[in-house]
Design a protein around this ligand. Structure first.
Ligand code: XMP
Length: 211
């Protein structure tokens, strides 16, 4: 089974479906974020599932009070999302509200430079929370393989480590897999390339070499 997740951050429904179809052979799952949901509506989740048969991760980075997190997650799971990404820094009650509805992935550190300001200083506490709640997985930064190793070493076995930041943000698949990532997320390096299928195939083969 593939360990590659496509971050499908385009606005247009037709383009999203086309890229999803031509890359599906090389993917474990497709990650949908706000750009695509704003551009094409929530029903794109249902359509992507129908067209590819792949799991769908809704990367909404939910960060609200429990009731609002619940109201949003309910609609997203109903649309067919298999996993929802939620921020951990808002606290256990907000994360539990999502976990009660379906499989959840908790952000414990982010991949951009600004993540060092506020999130990285509390990563240990977020890992502790993840170990206590037992989500499907956590998000860790492919841009900092040493942090991926650290997060993996502190995390209970069985909780998956999912890493965005490969490609456009500078991370490499082989380094982050060596560091202990279970899955890698790739967006622009696939959907902005001349030949998304070929780009997905190349990254898939790099991932396979480490599996
Ligand atoms: P690119 O184009 O940079 O897309 O390959 C990366 C995708 O992953 C999302 N992303 C993150 N999501 N924590 C997250 O939960 C992160 O640290 C993080 N960094 C990137 C990004 O929004 C895009 O969809």
């Amino acid at each position: 089974m593939s360990r590659l997740i496509l971050a499908l951050d385009v606005y247009e429904r037709e383009r999203a479906l086309e890229i999803a179809e031509c890359t599906a052979d090389y993917l474990w799952a497709i990650k949908v974020n706000w750009p695509l949901i704003i551009g094409s509506g929530l029903k794109i989740i249902t359509e992507l599932k129908q067209v590819t048969g792949l799991p769908i991760i809704a990367d909404l980075k939910l960060a609200d009070i429990p009731n609002t997190n619940r109201l949003i997650a309910k609609k997203v799971f109903e649309a067919g999302a298999d996993y929802v990404i939620a921020h951990g820094f808002v606290g256990r009650d907000s994360v539990k509200a999502v976990m009660e509805l379906g499989k959840t992935i908790i952000v414990v550190e982010m991949s951009h430079p600004g993540a060092k300001e506020f999130i990285q200083p509390v990563t240990d506490k977020l890992i502790e929370m993840a170990n206590e709640l037992g989500p499907f997985g956590v998000i860790a930064p492919a841009t900092r393989p040493e942090r991926v190793s650290y997060i993996r070493s502190k995390l209970k076995p069985g909780i998956k480590v999912i890493t965005p930041g490969v490609g456009a943000q500078g991370g490499t698949a082989s380094e982050v897999l060596k560091a202990g990532a279970d899955y890698i997320i790739v967006g622009r390096a696939i959907y902005q390339s001349e030949n998304p299928r070929e780009s997905a195939r190349r990254i898939f083969e790099e991932v396979e070499a480490w599996s």
